[in-house]
Design a protein around this ligand. Structure first.
Ligand SMILES: *[C@@H]1O[C@H](CO)[C@@H](O)[C@H](O)[C@H]1NC(C)=O
Length: 187
């Protein structure tokens, strides 16, 4: 017979893989993906693997980052590749690992969520807020954030502390020193 069992099995596997790639949404910049993500870059985050199959240790420091605002929130863009709940832009799970290792996730807050059951495909803005500052990566200022949609898709993104905060701190320290000196001069 022309079609062996293994050929049929392979065809079934291919078919189910192509089914899977028809229902995705990605949050940019996707961990480990440079530039615009495709459907195939989208992961299925789980409790065991909050970044899906992406190699965290290998990709954390080389990935594009989003910089946190002063209130530890950040804007991210979620883009769906198809409509309906499968292509949902609503985040049902937002987790952050401030160590960047992918082993210590805690809850982050979704301040602005996306559409659960979108009738179009395209981008939507999300706002996520972290409970504490980032400490991960070589620069010790990166966090890993895992975002999962109502459709079960999503990915991790890398965020970093606002550099402005450090500047403000330095300015504050200088100002405090100037004030101390001024007071000493008065004595
Ligand atoms: C996202 O928004 C929906 C609808 O407002 C809400 O039920 C859900 O809890 C939100 N997700 C998170 C992680 O807060």
């Amino acid at each position: 017979m022309f079609f062996s069992k293994s050929v049929i099995a392979a065809a079934i596997v291919l078919f189910s893989v192509s089914m899977e790639v028809s229902a995705h949404a990605a949050i940019t910049p996707v961990l480990g993906v440079n530039g615009k993500p495709t459907r195939n870059d989208v992961q299925r985050p789980t409790n065991e693997k909050p970044c899906g199959n992406t190699n965290i240790a290998q990709k954390l420091d080389s990935s594009s980052v989003i910089t946190l605002k002063a209130d530890k929130s950040f804007d991210a863009t979620i883009t769906n590749f198809n409509t309906g709940v499968d292509g949902s832009r609503e985040i049902v799970s937002a987790l952050v690992d401030v160590t960047g290792t992918g082993k210590k996730f805690t809850k982050a807050t979704v301040k602005k969520n996306g559409t659960k059951n979108p009738t179009n495909v395209g981008p939507e803005e999300l706002i996520i807020q972290l409970p504490s500052a980032c400490q991960g990566g070589k620069s010790k200022n990166k966090c890993l954030v895992s975002l999962k949609t109502a459709g079960g898709f999503g990915n991790c993104v890398v965020v970093q502390n606002s550099p402005k905060k450090r500047e403000d701190g330095a300015v504050g320290t200088r100002a405090a020193r100037a004030a101390r000196i001024a007071l000493e001069d008065l004595d």
